[in-house]
Ligand binder design. Sequence first.
Ligand code: NAD
Length: 325
Amino acid sequence: MRNILITGGAGFIGSHLVINFVKKYKSYHIINIDKLTYASNIKFLDEINNFKNYTFIQADICDTYKIETIFKKYKISDVIHLAAESHVDNSIENSLEFAKTNILGTINLLELSRRNWVNNKNNLFYHISTDEVFGSLDESGNFSENSKYDPHSPYSASKASSDHFVRAFYDTHKLPVIISNCSNNYGPNQHKEKLIPTVINALINKSKIPVYGNGKNVRDWLYVQDHVEAIDMIFHNGSVGETYCIGGKNEIKNIDLINLIIKEFDKRKQNKNSSIDLISYVDDRLGHDYRYAIDISKIKNELGWEPKTNINSGLRKTLNWYLND
Ligand code: NAD
């Protein structure tokens, strides 16, 4: 029996993870805590509301008293930590919430895990992080578990800081931890502020599709269900104290990705005129990283995980969800 605290389970990735674990692992009790910020949508979880092995509690990960009560009441054995302020643009406007949730909130969870877990034998603190902590790549090369930390945005700086604290608790207190750093996720349930939903919504509303700078920045896109499978494997078979990098093997320039979405959208809507004219170049994001890419050798060789979804089929599934068909 494991009583797993999943944080941020009403957000994009968290909602997929919670649903997957609740349905797949009937002997686990999943306790989902989420502050329910603007980025969340509790309706994503409607389909599991009546499952006996599922509990939702609205809570802020910075609230020591409330989280401590949850640890004791539910005898929390493991933490999978996803709760975060996650939008880079917001962190450029105001970074304070990012420091509070991403850094202090993570430290709060680490302290409570350390205090409540007696001998750490059957416990795991699994921290979900981003490849953005490694900074930006040129045309060649990949991020790996050995890449040095070089965050550029307040968001990635806050995630880098949280990673360092997680590792410090492993080194100092022998807290059983694992970290994974993944590339850009996409799929159903993603908040409309992010790139792919922004493009789809603009196409639906026939409004301008904003493209930062020259559109040539490269991202590696990971379909959210593939990420959930990787988290599942790492949670069950990963080695304590290790980091795993998770990528989608779908590297593409932003502008090429946008063109792909437009092509697929127009095909579905049988649009005679291409929606390409909706593209509108805007000032580049401050501190915009040029390229992210991930070497997945470690997770592939050690755990046998590989992404299954290529960008074309992932985008089709994502469009199905946004277009509701
Ligand atoms: P999201 O913004 O969709 O969801 C975050 C969730 O955390 C929301 O439901 C929000 O209400 C909750 N939350 C925020 N502050 C909280 C607080 N103080 N207490 C409790 N809950 C709080 O984010 P996401 O895209 O699902 O990302 C989940 C995790 O994965 C984050 O840690 C993020 O850094 C990481 N990540 C995401 C991506 C991506 O492409 N989406 C890529 C790499 C890493």
